[in-house]
Design a protein around this ligand. Structure first.
Ligand SMILES: Nc1ncnc2c1ncn2[C@@H]1O[C@H](COP(=O)(O)OP(=O)(O)O)[C@@H](O)[C@H]1O
Ligand SMILES: [Mg+2]
Length: 445
């Protein structure tokens, strides 16, 4: 993409309405525009990052054996009357009437609808296990939408639902989700800690939230200092291997990590004092085992091997896809702007032409652009007739992890400059070497 042809409406001034850095930077970098409280348009740069996050979520869900589909945003109220949640859900549910005076709603989540799909088509244990998921817009009429995409009213969520014959099978599905979520966040360059969450009316220990540590987070968190250092790394996971998947969950949940909702001071104080940490976190996902709550209420049953009929065992599992943009920026920025991790960056590399119109500089930039594209990369070429300082400021604000700077003086010596956004360090090298280096960096992502 050439910047002169792109749509990147950056703001010079700090928007007054933004209280936290991620919201401020998303507005300044021209990623989103608010259309109503908690409702945003995704401008091209923001949309690119959103799509990359979605792609990672899809890849890791499919790797875990989960199957994508797509349910609508609008739902008939009758499904929610069956589960009893139409009256219970309260004011967060946006209720709509169609022209025939039928009650509809903009889905805040999809347990009822997925259970309806299941009961219409599945009736035998032979079709289990089954996990279906989608990435779809949700609406929750939050009392206080705030912090930009972090707490919106309309937001993009990945929500998945497992259907299993036995409780053990459903707990394996729960574990599979935990591991696939850990991998998903790690690929984005984020550390998200699974923390035991409030169990609610279901009882048991079977819900975890995933929290990204950040001073602006809405939850207070208490954890053992060893927990954030845990990494999946590049170990190979066989999602059908129950013992392996359970062992990884045990490894990541053994040490103390809880939010204020479930915090237990006595247990916390058993950690050696120098390892006790109190901080704040952003919830970027939650997994939940709820057994037969919806299948019983809605008659989703399967025939067992011995011929009897039982309600199917279920759980639901969500990732805050649009919220992740905010969380990523909270965790990756400096005073100049965003610093995208390579896994989610909107463009892989920026090209800055220090002297637009200079024949050698223009040709070198065009050559770099072509060579990067040939390597399967997406460069953003700042070909505007602007001062170097302004070009650098834009690149720093939008946070591309790598920048190649091209000027007549360097070219006279056969070199361009490759700069890391994160460290600020620059290195001179030939244009070919710069392309190879950038390609090599992304080959490992
Ligand atoms: N209002 C919102 N704006 C943006 N993301 C949200 C919002 N509400 C929930 N999410 C994201 O969706 C994920 C799954 O939602 P869920 O756990 O059902 O929500 P909640 O924690 O509000 O009960 C959450 O972990 C969070 O990342
Ligand atoms: Mg939650």
């Amino acid at each position: 993409m050439r910047l002169s042809r792109y749509f990147l409406p950056v703001l010079k001034e700090n928007p007054a309405e933004a209280q936290i850095v991620s919201h401020r930077l998303m507005l300044r970098a021209g990623m989103i525009k608010q259309q109503a409280a908690g409702i945003y348009s995704w401008l091209p740069l923001g949309f690119r990052v959103l799509r990359r996050i979605e792609q990672i979520v899809h890849e890791e869900q499919i790797r875990a054996g989960h199957i994508p589909l797509l349910m609508p945003t609008l739902q008939p109220a009758d499904l929610w009357r069956e589960s009893g949640r139409y009256d219970d859900y309260g004011q967060e549910m946006l209720r709509i009437k169609d022209r025939h005076d039928r009650d509809m709603l903009y889905g805040p989540t999809n347990e009822e609808m997925i259970t309806d799909i299941f009961r219409s088509h599945v009736s035998s244990y032979k079709d289990l296990p089954l996990t279906l998921y989608h990435i779809q817009w949700k609406f929750r009429d939050e009392v206080r939408p705030r912090f930009g995409v972090m707490r919106g009213r309309e937001f993009l969520m990945k929500d998945g639902y497992n259907f299993d014959l036995t409780r053990d099978d459903a707990l394996h599905a729960y574990n599979r989700h935990m591991v696939s979520y850990l991998r998903t966040y790690e690929r984005m360059g984020l550390t998200a800690i699974p923390m035991r969450a409030a169990s609610g009316p279901i009882g048991g220990d079977n819900t975890h939230e995933f929290l990204v540590l950040a001073s602006t987070g809405e939850s207070e968190v208490f954890y053992d200092a060893r927990v954030p250092d845990l990494k999946l790394g590049d170990r190979v996971v066989d999602y059908d291997d129950r013992a392996q998947v359970a062992a990884i969950c045990e490894e990541f949940t053994r040490a103390y990590a809880r939010t204020d909702e479930t915090h237990d001071e006595a247990l916390f104080n058993q950690i050696p004092e120098d390892r006790r940490r109190v901080g704040r976190g952003i919830e970027v996902g939650q997994i939940f085992y709820f057994g037969t709550k919806y299948s019983e209420a809605m008659g989703a049953t399967v025939v067992t091997p011995d011929g009897s009929r039982v309600p199917v065992e279920m759980g639901s599992h969500g990732i805050g896809v649009s919220r992740l943009l905010g969380a990523l920026i909270e965790a990756n920025h400096d005073e100049k702007g965003i610093i995208w991790p390579e896994g989610v960056t909107p463009f892989h590399c920026g090209i800055v032409n220090l002297k637009q119109g200079d024949t050698a500089a223009d040709a070198a930039c065009a050559g770099l652009y072509k060579a990067l594209v040939a390597k399967g990369l997406d460069p953003l070429y700042d070909d505007r007739d602007e001062r170097a300082g302004a070009k650098f400021a834009t690149m720093d604000l939008i946070g591309l992890p790598w920048r190649i700077t091209v000027g007549p003086r360097g070219l006279a010596n056969g070199v361009v400059e490759l700069t890391s956004r994160r460290t600020g360090l620059s290195e001179e090298m030939s244009p070919e070497a710069a392309v190879d280096r950038v390609a090599q960096i992304y080959a490992g992502v």
